[in-house]
Design a protein around this ligand. Structure first.
Ligand code: GLU
Length: 318
């Protein structure tokens, strides 16, 4: 059997929070429990949101938690940064353009939100196709005024797959998602493109990530097919929710690894708590990530989101 390859793919847009650590632990256990290789890929394409010091902190927090990785992917460096791979994404955009699958989109964010289109499952407005059939002359006229984003034409086709935790999922790309952006008007390659190219080129066989990305999966499966990459398996893990039911975000400073570490928690206490929330152990006792490898089993992992207590930095039971 070929080696399993998993990945951590954090965006360095803030300090890791407990929810990120929860996904990373499950991704790591999933791959280590079958003797596979783990990659670290820093998803830092958006210069407005990402900072190199956050990337260094992610690495430091992962090491502190005992979640190691083998390498950063195809270029041989220990950590792969997407910001150094722009030429590769540009090449794949050209492939899609040559097949007639891309078109320039001149719509502004305001116009998109103003259109009373139904909303795709991840909350972005479903693109009504405004720029899909512009004439060459109209495209040239608009291009002189505004740099366009690039959208990919999706087929009217149902994509179905079985998620390891969430079960059978399906989506009609045209109806439920619409043509989506692969390159923003400021030239930044979109997550959907970069993740497919990287997972494909790096030979990733299993994707384990937060449930908030479930709705991206049909788009990624379809792009993998178009670009000739094989499909990894998917497991979308529960989210950690704050006491008032919001999903943790990097703005929730009191739940980030910085404050958890500053409060004197040990890595084993944190890993034990995460493993307890995941359903892997029955009590929130201290345990190292390494000690969990042998008892890891996807069938034990809970499917529902985890609502934290009022003071989760002090690790109250949820
Ligand atoms: N970079 C994404 C994030 O931090 C994760 C991407 C993925 O796992 O596919 O939310």
């Amino acid at each position: 059997m070929s080696t399993a390859i998993g990945r951590f793919a954090p965006s360095p847009s803030g300090r890791m929070h407990l929810g990120n650590a929860f996904s990373c632990l499950l991704a790591w256990l999933s791959v280590r429990s079958v003797g596979g290789r783990m990659l670290l890929r820093i998803e830092d394409l958006d210069p407005e949101r990402c900072r190199p010091d956050y990337a260094r902190q992610v690495e430091d927090d992962l090491r502190w938690l005992g979640l190691d990785w083998d390498e950063g992917g195809v270029d041989g460096s220990t950590v792969c940064c997407q910001s150094r791979r722009r030429a590769i994404y540009a090449r794949y955009l050209d492939i899609l353009a040559d097949r007639g699958l891309l078109y320039p989109c001149f719509c502004t964010r305001g116009e998109l939100h103003a259109a009373s289109a139904p909303h795709a499952s991840d909350g972005t407005p479903l693109y009504p196709g405004t720029c899909r059939n512009l004439s060459p002359a109209e495209r040239a006229r608009r291009a002189a005024l505004r740099r366009p984003a690039l959208r990919v034409c999706v087929p009217d086709r149902e994509i179905s797959f079985t998620d390891r935790l969430q079960g059978p999922c399906r989506e009609n790309l045209a109806r439920d998602c619409g043509d989506f952006i692969l390159c923003r008007s400021d030239g930044v390659h979109a997550y959907q493109l970069a993740v497919v190219v990287d997972d494909g080129l790096m030979g990733v066989t299993q994707v384990v990530r937060g449930r908030d990305l479930l709705s991206s999966t049909p788009r990624q499966l379809w792009l993998q097919e178009v670009l000739g990459f094989s499909h990894p398996t998917y497991a979308h893990v529960p989210l950690l929710l704050s006491a008032d039911g919001r999903r943790l975000s990097k703005r929730d400073r009191d739940l980030d690894l910085g404050s958890v570490r500053a409060a004197g928690q040990t890595p084993e206490a944190v890993v034990g708590r995460l493993a307890f929330w995941a359903g892997l152990i029955d009590r929130p006792e201290s345990v190292s990530a390494r000690e969990l490898v042998d008892l890891f089993d996807w069938d034990r992992v809970r499917r529902e989101d985890v609502r934290l207590g009022q003071n989760p930095a002090l690790f109250e039971a949820p």
